[in-house]
Every structure is written in C-alpha cells, then in structure tokens.
Design a protein around this ligand. Structure first.
Ligand SMILES: Nc1ncnc2c1ncn2[C@@H]1O[C@H](COP(=O)(O)OP(=O)(O)O)[C@@H](O)[C@H]1O
Ligand SMILES: [Mg+2]
Length: 246
C-alpha cells in the first residue's frame, strides 16, 4: 500500500483538486484507492469529490468507536475511488491516532489531502505518509511557500517527494511571462510528476459534477496518474505545448 500526502504550504493552490483528479484516475485504472481528508476542521474533499450527500460517518466516528473503518468510507460511483471524510468536530485528533487509521486501510493507494499551513494538521498528515506530492501554482508566493514545505519534508522519513505545478497557463509560459513547470522543479530541487493547466472544466466539474471528459486538465491528470503509478517523471509540458496551445 502506497501512502502519499498531497501538500503545499500555501492554501488554495489545488491540493484538494489534485487529490481528487489523481484519485479518480488511479481508481479508473483498477487500483483500490482511498482519498483521506486530512483537513480536520476545514474539510471539503467530500464536496470536491461530489460524495458529500453519502457521508454518514467520518474519521472521528472511527476513532471514537461509533463505527468501523469500512463503514466510514464513501465511494465515488463514477471512478470507484473511496473517500474517508474528515471531521469538522474533533479538532484535537492526535497524529498517532490519525496514523493508526490510515495504516489500517486496505488498498493500493492512500492519498492524504493535507491542510494548508505547516502546523499540527500538516504534521498529522505528513507523518501518516511514506511519499509526498508538493503542489504549487506558478506564482512567486506559492513557490516560496512550497520551498519552505520542501525543507520541512526533508525532516520526515519520506521515500519520495514529487512536484505538481497547477494552474499553468501555457500561453504565458510560451511568451516567457510565466515559469515553466520544469523551471519551477529546478528551483525547488524536485522532479516534476505532473502539470495541470488552468482549466474552467476543473471549476465546472467541481460545481456541477459533470463534464471534464477529454478536457486538457483531465488529460494531464492521466499523465500525473501514470507517473505516480510507474514512479516516473515524464513531463507533460512539451506534449501540451504541441497540442493545445498554439
Ligand atoms: N487547474 C485549475 N484550473 C482552474 N481552477 C482550479 C484549478 N485547480 C484548482 N482550481 C480552483 O481553485 C480553488 C482552490 O482549489 P483547491 O483544490 O480547493 O485548493 P487547496 O485544496 O489547495 O486549498 C478551487 O475553487 C478550484 O476549483
Ligand atoms: Mg483543500
């Protein structure tokens, strides 16, 4: 079982979006995937995955013995990915308790959606994982926060740390107005495992639960999922430049 935390430092850069895109793809390849909402208090992975109406129990019910772990898992009907919802109540959940729950999952991939910041919630999520994906947007402030997170991650025993650059505008990259994913990877000393462009389909899918098939973000999520599945770092950018942005 591979346990991967999706983290960033800065909020709003796309951790939850990347968790959902990657989780759906890996599940559609036939892997058993559990997406764990590590954001206690400001949990929203269930909403982004469109399963919020199916949630009966959450991780705090598991910890307090009100239900079994499998009873708290909700399945995304389309992809088959499962979601372990977080709690908006149990704010004092210890890293050990959270780690215990994550370790008792039976699946191929656990993706932990990390909260923003570098406080206790960050520690709880990162210490429950073996690998990390750092998400950043191409903005200078997001890259700076990602840099802080990369140094913090080096204090954990992680097997691998990869980078996903989100909200890339290839037209701007081409004009030299935005750093490319490769350049950002070099700045952060991380291998790029994925690049997701700015794409209205991301918002539309999250709002309405429809569309997205064949969209540029969906295609890029496929590259990301293949890189994660095969532990490779094939860069999507040259392909994108050729195909979609002229
Ligand atoms: N590639 C993208 N293209 C367009 N909108 C995006 C993209 N990635 C994220 N968003 C939007 O940005 C907002 C923040 O994303 P989210 O995944 O919730 O960030 P985080 O989990 O890091 O706080 C959401 O409204 C989401 O729909
Ligand atoms: Mg989030």
């Amino acid at each position: 079982m591979r346990k991967i935390v999706i983290t960033s430092g800065k909020g709003g850069v796309g951790k939850t979006t990347v968790t959902a895109l990657l989780g759906r793809k890996l599940a559609s390849y036939g892997h058993r995937v559990v997406l764990v909402d590590g954001d206690v208090g400001l949990n929203n992975l269930d909403v982004v995955m469109g399963v919020e109406n199916k949630v009966v129990y959450d991780v705090s019910d598991v910890l307090d013995g009100r239900c079994r772990l499998h009873q708290a898992l909700v399945t995304d009907g389309d992809s088959g990915a499962m979601v372990l919802p977080s709690s908006s109540r149990k704010l004092d959940m210890s890293p050990q308790a959270f780690r215990g729950v994550v370790s008792s999952l039976h699946c191929d991939f656990v993706l932990i959606d990390c909260p923003a910041g570098i406080e206790e919630g960050f520690h709880r999520a990162v210490s429950s994982a073996d690998e990390a994906i750092v998400v950043t947007t191409p903005s200078a402030s997001a890259i700076r926060d990602a840099n802080k997170v990369v140094s913090l991650l080096s204090t954990y025993k992680l097997k691998d740390v990869g980078l996903v650059v989100n909200r890339v505008r290839y037209d701007m990259v081409r004009r030299g107005e935005m750093l490319s994913s490769k350049e950002i990877g070099t700045l952060l000393h991380l291998g790029v495992v994925g690049a997701i462009p700015e794409d209205d389909h991301v918002t539309i899918f999250q709002q309405l639960g429809i569309g997205g098939e064949g969209s540029v973000s969906e295609r890029c999520a496929e590259y990301l999922a293949q890189n994660i599945e095969n532990c490779t770092q094939n860069l999507v950018e040259p392909y994108l430049r050729r195909r979609w942005w002229r």
